[in-house]
Design a protein around this ligand. Sequence first.
Ligand code: 6PG
Length: 481
Amino acid sequence: MNPTADIGVIGLAVMGENLALNFASRNFTTAVYNRTTARVDAFMAERAAGKPLIGCRSIEEFAAALKRPRKILLMVKAGEAVDACISSLLPVLEPGDIVMDGGNSFYADTVRREKELAKAGIRYLGVGISGGEEGALHGPSLMPGGDASAWPEVEPMLKAIAAKVDGNTPCCEWIGPGGSGHYVKMVHNGIEYADMQLIAETYGYLRDRLHLDAEKIQAVFEAWRRGPLAGYLIDITAEILKVRDAGSGKLLLDLILDAPGQKGTGRWTSETALETGTPVPTLTQAVYQRNLDAAKELRQTGSRLLAPPEEAEPYPEEEQEEVIDALESALYCSKICAYAQGFELLKAAEQRFNWPLHYGEIALLWRGGCIIRADFLGEIKKAYDRNPELENLMFDDYFRTELDNGQEGWRLIAADALLSGVAMPAMFSAVGYYDSRRRADSPSNLIQAQRDFFGAHTFERKDRPRGEFFHHEWNQPGAEL
Ligand code: 6PG
């Protein structure tokens, strides 16, 4: 076979199929291969018919179809399947070939694979891809990292298939070496979890505290589509709230079991944050909340055994609009905190792995195509353009003013939710993060004293330079070491 394909895609689940079709739609001849070859046949006969796609029924045929150096995108399940796929590919590859992993792989696996493949002269990239099925087909957000020598060779193709913002700026830019592309995608998913949880809590408040019916809740989200919260997750929430079950005619959302699933990327974000001592409480609370909510039966038992607070007074009809405005502020301020935490975790990677990350570029990548895409990311881009060394997103003038303007409503909702027993733990964690980050004097002097009391762990003093450590003999007042 003459090597005519510009790129090859391995793995024809829906993301792989859609990305292959996206490449083909930009006139890149695309070879496709899937271990179960019946899938190749079905794809070629249906969705790929008449398009510049080449269906391959063996890995050898696939390798032969690709122009050299080969450019291959793996779209297989993260984990062992990626290693298995690489092992089957290695015998048919040549030095200089480029292998990209487009799945949600754990960044540490990408670091390992890049090193292993480099020994055989194969250039490896971990490409974070976000946008779900639709994004894959029409324009995802792409976060490539790994062997930098490969980037210029795949850049035109990846940029061609990426989502575009502000006219024609692709949501695809080089992230950096090693596992940085997958790391950035992992942080994206951590933020995604927090964003979704905060929206779900807000929906819960509208339903369980304001007792609004679905139509009114829909109208609230519909209005928010045009405000500071404007973005994909608010859009789909507004759409979800319109959909009726074909059989019963009931709102489909009301029929969906409140037991959330997860595939692990949110958990990795939290584990990585704990490893580096980076506080991401809202991101982690969102993971906890999926665990708490997944245990439906335990919650049912809890609902019988654990007493609620005294029933809160309902809001009079004429006050509801004001409360909904406060809720919008509360969601917006919490969202700013979640992003501030995510960007703290990116900063931690820069320090830990020495990856020179460009936060403004990353915000731009997330501005379109991906699940967390929102107008608000344009403001984050501007914040990092103003100050690339920004210590915390909340310290930027624009965002600290937004937080200040919104905090009255934010606190009102959080306090009311606490008093009325409506669980909004991700929102509470966000307020706590804000208050903790703006407090010059924390009560942790007491933690230090306790540690020294029971374990002689020593402490620093406010009246002495940092780095000098003291121990007090707590049972013999006055005696100090
Ligand atoms: C994306 C999504 C995508 C996927 C998540 C869902 O950016 O396109 O994040 O990667 O939908 O893996 O994750 P959970 O199943 O863990 O919610």
